[in-house]
Design a protein around this ligand. Structure first.
Ligand code: SF4
Ligand code: FES
Length: 293
């Protein structure tokens, strides 16, 4: 859990007010001040998992359009701390769209406006000056709120622990041409491997289903020769773990694909369903073997 403040305290190219003030009264600084904007925030505040929680409102003045959404929250938190109030707790790490830590529902949409984008890559220019912006945590039974905007996503870790790995020792990295894999298959596996485990797919789904996440994590292993020996057990174990964690089932709503910052396709879910059926057929002995995909 982290309570976020500015990462390095130096500003730089981010466009935050601190950076602008360091630029002095030059033309760049004047232009930035001219573009200043402000918003009003409705933020979910919750002391701990037992607290009922509720929305609180904050003014966020002195913003610039090229400030990121998380930098805006940093500025609000600095003001809150100066006034002796509790800062808003939210998760972030890389702030580059890589780690999947930043998980905010902004105006009802996980990761906010824009396609293929994480919360940390949303900029204030996506909002109208003077707008009221509602910020909430991921909402799902399997992702309990820990504090304010931070949720516990360890359910994803337990799904991975159930089968999202190869248990054979593969040694050091082999030569790229030692195991022949077609370009098409490698690309498909790589597309699935792009999942950063953020959980937006769960947060947007009316069933809180984790099928997009599970399908991506399963497929990038099952598609490749190294992952094939355990594909049957992996598929069944990961789906069972998903059910055990309290995630819902997929009813083909497709919102998950729309909010996914890595644009993971729902076609992976179809692959997962086929893998599951094959695994069931084989493990229950209905047929000795089925055609490999
Ligand atoms: S499938 Fe997309 S939305 Fe779901 S966890 Fe992976 S990256 Fe996030
Ligand atoms: S902070 Fe890492 S993806 Fe947003």
């Amino acid at each position: 859990m982290s309570v976020s403040t500015s990462r390095d305290g130096r500003g730089g190219d981010c466009g935050c007010p601190r950076a602008a003030s360091q630029e002095g009264d030059g033309a760049g600084g004047a232009e930035r001040r001219q573009n200043a904007m402000s918003v009003r925030l409705r933020v979910w505040r919750q002391r701990d998992p037992q607290d009922k929680g509720g929305f609180e409102e904050y003014d966020a003045p002195r913003l610039t359009p090229d400030m990121s959404f998380l930098e805006m929250l940093d500025v609000v938190n600095e003001d809150l701390q100066r006034e002796g109030q509790e800062p808003i707790a939210f998760d972030s790490d890389c702030r580059e769209g890589i780690c999947g830590m930043c998980c905010l529902v902004i105006d009802g949409v996980p990761h906010g406006p824009g396609r293929g984008t994480t919360t940390c890559q949303i900029y204030m220019r996506s909002f109208v000056d003077g707008a009221t912006i509602t910020v909430e945590p991921w909402r799902a039974r399997a992702f309990p709120v820990l504090r304010d905007l931070i949720v516990d996503r360890s359910a994803f870790d337990r799904i991975i622990g159930a089968g999202g790995y190869n248990s054979v020792n593969t040694g050091s990295a082999p030569d790229a041409n030692a195991t022949l894999i077609s370009q098409a298959r490698a690309e498909e596996a790589f597309d699935a491997a792009a999942c950063i485990g953020c959980g937006a797919c769960v947060a947007t789904c009316k069933n809180a289903s984790a099928m997009l996440f599970v399908s991506a994590k399963m497929k990038h292993l099952n598609m490749l020769p190294q992952g094939k020996p355990e594909r049957r057990e992996r598929t069944v174990a990961m789906l069972k773990a998903m059910d055990d964690e309290g995630f819902g089932h997929c009813t083909n709503e497709y919102e998950c694909e729309i909010v996914c910052p890595k644009e993971i396709s729902v076609e992976h879910i179809a692959f997962l369903n086929r893998e599951f059926l094959r695994s069931q057929v084989i493990t229950t002995g209905l047929r000795p073997a089925v055609t490999e995909e």
